[in-house]
Design a protein around this ligand. Structure first.
Ligand code: FES
Length: 78
């Protein structure tokens, strides 16, 4: 099973395999997500995934959905 992943606001779409790292999927779609600690502590990589705030560095593609919408926050302070 593959999951369709859409990145907003640029509307870039790719497919992913459940369990795949969200950062890897973003990189494959040429989407840049800012990172910092890479262990889930700093929130630099926070995005909204299907309406829920998640930290990209510790988030994998879930296996219970067919499509995912990722909304990147635009925080100029980062
Ligand atoms: S890079 Fe720090 S929480 Fe993800």
């Amino acid at each position: 099973m593959t999951v369709t992943v859409q990145f907003l606001p640029d509307n870039l779409t790719t497919t992913a395999i459940p369990g795949e790292s969200l950062l890897s999927v973003a990189a494959r779609a040429n989407v840049s997500i800012p990172t910092g600690c890479m262990v889930g502590n700093c929130n630099a990589c926070e995005v909204e995934m299907n309406g829920e705030d998640v930290r990209s560095c510790i988030t994998a593609i879930p296996d219970d959905v067919a499509t995912i919408t990722i909304h990147l926050f635009n925080d100029p302070s980062w």
